[in-house]
Design a protein around this ligand. Structure first.
Ligand code: FES
Ligand code: CO
Length: 374
């Protein structure tokens, strides 16, 4: 899990004014909207006694901790301590607040402490703002580390074996040679695949005249956790974005968006949903059985071939950021007597605002030491 990226944490439509809790990257976050509708993401750990702000409520534009009523502004600073109304609220009374952007139907938080000028750019994703699509969204839960689910979404060579019949063709499983085109924070590949010629399932039958023509397929990824599968069918474009959000080392929630330019009535949403679920359900046992559970750091630890090029591009990019010290150590800190210690992903205020630099009570999550060059 990498810090210092824009992480999509929740669907926009799920978040209202009332604070909610979202668990991601082994951290608890509280997400809420202020009175003008702006979404905010903060650490869900009250600095007083560790209460969960997400169980609290709004008072004006402040979140109120449900335990002793401390109020926190959207920038994380405490503005009121009800038991001590005469006390000047100390500087240390603050929680980490993360820069938040709402886009593409998701709420994104910059989880890291870099100042704005040093942050990776906000990802430019295709299609989302295009009105010619009909969109459905949903979630899928996997008991796996998110990078295994992520790489599976990019993997072209598994389709004939895992999805044979639907869109994989076991008679012709060859993946044509392709180049990976790199983006600033990701990459893409485009291949033309031959679908099985036999039975076309379900309502799609209506749109096919004779045989099934070859299918242009694009797979793409963006750091830290987003993938795209884009399929050009005779009747139009079908697009599936998967945002693989690590809950912890052993659990991932994929918050997906599927878009189509055909069968745009609501009546076809159920069929579209079934197709997405069928693909995930076919992937599920394969991905769950993968060993090791964590993606190896060394590229040579698993044997890759040419058709794995896009995953290799991801692994290299990820290595670069691990080597920069951006990987959150996923094993939680244990204290001497073996209890877990509360740690948080550092927010920009920890570094960017000098008078606050020593104001933090809660510790930063540890990071993996950069690998030494041989
Ligand atoms: Fe939050 Fe006391 S724990 S106010
Ligand atoms: Co699959």
């Amino acid at each position: 899990m990498l810090k210092n990226f824009w992480w999509p944490l929740e669907f926009s439509h799920v978040v209202e004014e009332k604070p909610i809790r979202v668990t991601a990257l082994e951290q608890e976050f509280v997400i809420y909207r202020t009175s003008n509708g702006t979404a905010n993401v903060m650490s869900d750990l009250c600095v007083h006694r560790g209460g969960a702000l997400s169980d609290g409520w709004m008072e004006g534009d402040c979140v109120v901790c449900p335990y002793h009523g401390w109020e926190f502004k959207p920038d994380g600073a405490c503005s009121k301590i009800p038991a001590q109304p005469d006390l000047n609220v100390p500087k240390k009374a603050r929680v980490d607040a993360y820069p938040t952007i709402e886009r593409y139907g998701y709420i994104w938080a910059f989880l890291g402490d870099l100042p704005e000028s040093e942050r990776p750019p906000f990802p430019e994703l295709p299609h989302f703002d295009d009105p010619k699509f009909r969109t459905i969204r949903g979630t899928y839960e996997w008991p796996v580390y998110y990078e295994r689910a992520f790489e599976n979404s990019l993997d072209a060579a598994h389709a004939p074996f895992v999805h044979g019949g639907a869109f994989g063709n076991r008679e012709n499983p060859a993946i044509p040679d392709y180049q990976v085109t790199e983006y600033p924070l990701g990459g893409e590949m485009v291949v033309t695949l031959e679908p099985p010629k036999r039975n076309i399932p379900g309502i799609w039958k209506r749109l096919y005249k004779d045989d099934r023509p070859d299918v242009k397929t694009r797979a793409a990824f963006w750091m830290p956790c987003m993938t795209l599968l884009e399929v050009t069918l005779p009747m139009g474009l079908m697009v599936l974005f998967n945002f693989h959000i690590p809950v912890n080392e052993f659990k991932t929630i994929t918050k997906w968006t599927q878009m189509r330019t055909f069968f745009k009535g609501k009546w076809a949403d159920g069929d579209a949903l079934k197709r997405v679920m069928k693909i995930f359900d076919q992937d599920y046992p394969i991905v769950v059985a993968q060993r090791p559970e964590l993606l190896p750091y060394d590229i040579g630890a698993e044997l890759s071939v040419k058709s794995d090029g896009i995953q290799i591009a991801y692994r290299k990019m990820r290595q670069k950021y691990i080597d920069m010290g951006w990987q959150i150590d996923i094993h939680r800190i244990k204290t001497e007597i073996g209890r877990e210690e509360a740690v948080v992903i550092p927010s920009p205020a920890r570094k960017g605002i000098p008078e606050l630099e020593k104001a933090w009570v809660l510790k930063e999550v540890p990071t993996t030491a950069p690998k030494k060059k041989e």
